[in-house]
Design a protein around this ligand. Structure first.
Ligand code: NAD
Ligand code: ZN
Ligand code: ZN
Length: 362
C-alpha cells in the first residue's frame, strides 16, 4: 500500500480537499501508476458541481493525466514498471462489439455503459481516514498514484514530456479528433466552433490541420480570440456583439451556413444554434460539449429533414489504446503544437486555484 496525496471531492458543491490517501496495490489485470501531471477539463467541474451522470462521492476526480507505471498486477503483459503512460477515461477492452468494429471508438466498458466509479471487481483501491473513496472513470488523475485496468492505459513514447502530453488524455484528443475523425473536415471547407476552452481550441487546430479555408471561432469571452487566431481561426465573433441570433450571423457570413459546426460549451441553446449554423443540406454539426445530466433538447425537425447531420463525439473518435500513442508520436514529430493550449502550470496542492482559473475563463 502506498500513502500519498490526492484531491478528494467529499460531496457535491464543495472544493477539493488535499488529503493523505492509501492506494492499494494493483490486483490481477490492473496497473498502479505514479501520476506526474494532470490537466483540468470542464468535465471535472461538472463532477464537483454534482451534475456528472452516475458519479459517486466521495471521489478523486481528474481524467487528463500522464505518468509512469509503478507496478503491475498478475497477468499484465502489455505494460511494465517504468513505462510512460496515459491513463484512459475511455477504455479499449479490445473484446466488445464496439472495440471490434473498426468504425467505432466506443467501448462497452466505458462509464456511459457501465459506471466506472469502482474498478471492474466492484471494489476501490483508494481509502482515506478509513473511508472508501470512489474512482472517477477509472483514472482519478488528481492523485499522486492511481490504479486502473490494463485496458484503460495507453503506453506512450519514452521521450514524451508528461507535463505536456497529459492533455492527450482528454481535451486535446477530443477537440482535434472531433474535427479530423468525427466531422472528417475536408480541405477548403468552412467551419464554426462554439466555445474556445481547451477543447474548442483543439477543434480549431484540427480544422486547420484538415485544411479548412475558413475557421470561425465563436465565444462570449473575447479574451479567447488571440489564442484562437494563433491556432488557425480566420474570424472570431462574439454573439453578444450582434442583435440577431448567431446562427443568422454565421449564415450571412458564409452564404448558406458553414460546412461543419461544433458545439464545445455544453448548453442546449448553443447546441441548437450550432446545428442551425451549418448548411441545411450537407452541413455536419458535432456535439462535443456535455449537457448537465438529465437535461433535454427540443428542436424544429425541419433542421434535420433537409439533410443536415447531427452527431456526437466521445474523446474525438480515437480508439484510445491504439491511437493515443500515435498522436503522441505525431506531437514529438512536431506535426502540431498542443503546448500552445497550456495557460498555467500549478503545483498539485493548488488544484482549487486551477478550478478558479477555469471558472474565470482564464
Ligand atoms: P471551458 O469551460 O474551458 O470552455 C468553454 C468555453 O465556452 C469558454 O471559453 C466560454 O467562454 C465559452 N462559452 C460559454 N458560454 C458561451 C456561449 N453562450 N456562447 C459562446 N461561448 C460560450 O470548457 P472545456 O474544458 O473546453 O470543455 C468544453 C465542453 O466539452 C464541456 O462541456 C466539457 O464537459 C466537454 N467535453 C466533452 C468531451 C467529449 O468526449 N465529448 C471531452 C472533453 C470535454
Ligand atoms: Zn475531459
Ligand atoms: Zn470494448
Amino acid at each position: 500500500v502506498i500513502t500519498c496525496r490526492a484531491a478528494v471531492a467529499w460531496a457535491a458543491g464543495k472544493p477539493l480537499s488535499i488529503e493523505e490517501v492509501e492506494v492499494a496495490p494493483p490486483k490481477a489485470g490492473e496497473v498502479r501508476i505514479k501520476l506526474v501531471a494532470t490537466g483540468i477539463c470542464r468535465t471535472d467541474e461538472h463532477v464537483l458541481q454534482g451534475c456528472f451522470p452516475n458519479a459517486e462521492f466521495p471521489v478523486i476526480p481528474g481524467h487528463e493525466g500522464a505518468g509512469i507505471v509503478e507496478s503491475v498486477g498478475q497477468g499484465v503483459t502489455s505494460l511494465k514498471p517504468g513505462d510512460k503512460v496515459i491513463p484512459l477515461c475511455l477504455p479499449q477492452c479490445g473484446k466488445c462489439s464496439f472495440c471490434l468494429n473498426p468504425e467505432s471508438n466506443f467501448c462497452q466498458k466505458s462509464h456511459i455503459s457501465e459506471a466506472q466509479n469502482l474498478l471492474p471487481d466492484k471494489t476501490s483501491r483508494f481509502t482515506c481516514k478509513g473511508k472508501r473513496i470512489h474512482h472517477f472513470l477509472w483514472v482519478s488523475t488528481f492523485a499522486e498514484y492511481t490504479v486502473t485496468p490494463e485496458y484503460a492505459v495507453a503506453k506512450i513514447d519514452a521521450a514524451a514530456p508528461l507535463d505536456k502530453v497529459c492533455l492527450f488524455g482528454c481535451g486535446f484528443s477530443t477537440g482535434y479528433g472531433a474535427a479530423i475523425n468525427t466531422a472528417k473536415v475536408k480541405p477548403g471547407s468552412t467551419c464554426a466552433i462554439f466555445g474556445l476552452g481547451g477543447v474548442g481550441l483543439s477543434v480549431v487546430m484540427g480544422c486547420k490541420a484538415a485544411g479548412a479555408s475558413r475557421i470561425i471561432a465563436v465565444d462570449i469571452n473575447k479574451d479567447k480570440f488571440a489564442k484562437a487566431k494563433e491556432l488557425g481561426a480566420t474570424d472570431c465573433i462574439n454573439p453578444r456583439d450582434f442583435q440577431k441570433p448567431i446562427q443568422e450571423v454565421l449564415t450571412e457570413m458564409t452564404g448558406q451556413g458553414v460546412d461543419y459546426s461544433f458545439e464545445v460549451i455544453g448548453h442546449a441553446d448553443t447546441m441548437i444554434a450550432a446545428l442551425a449554423s451549418c448548411n441545411m443540406n450537407t452541413g455536419i454539426c458535432v456535439m462535443v460539449g456535455e449537457l448537465d445530466s438529465g437535461s433535454e433538447i427540443s428542436i424544429d425537425p425541419m433542421l434535420l429533414l433537409t439533410g443536415r447531420t447531427w452527431k456526437g463525439t466521445v474523446l474525438g473518435g480515437w480508439k484510445m489504446r491504439d491511437d493515443i500513442p500515435k498522436l503522441v508520436s505525431s506531437y514529438l514529430e512536431k506535426k502540431f503544437n498542443s503546448d500552445l493550449l497550456i495557460t498555467h502550470t500549478l503545483p498539485f496542492a493548488k488544484v482549487n486555484e486551477g478550478f478558479e482559473l477555469l471558472r474565470a475563463g482564464k
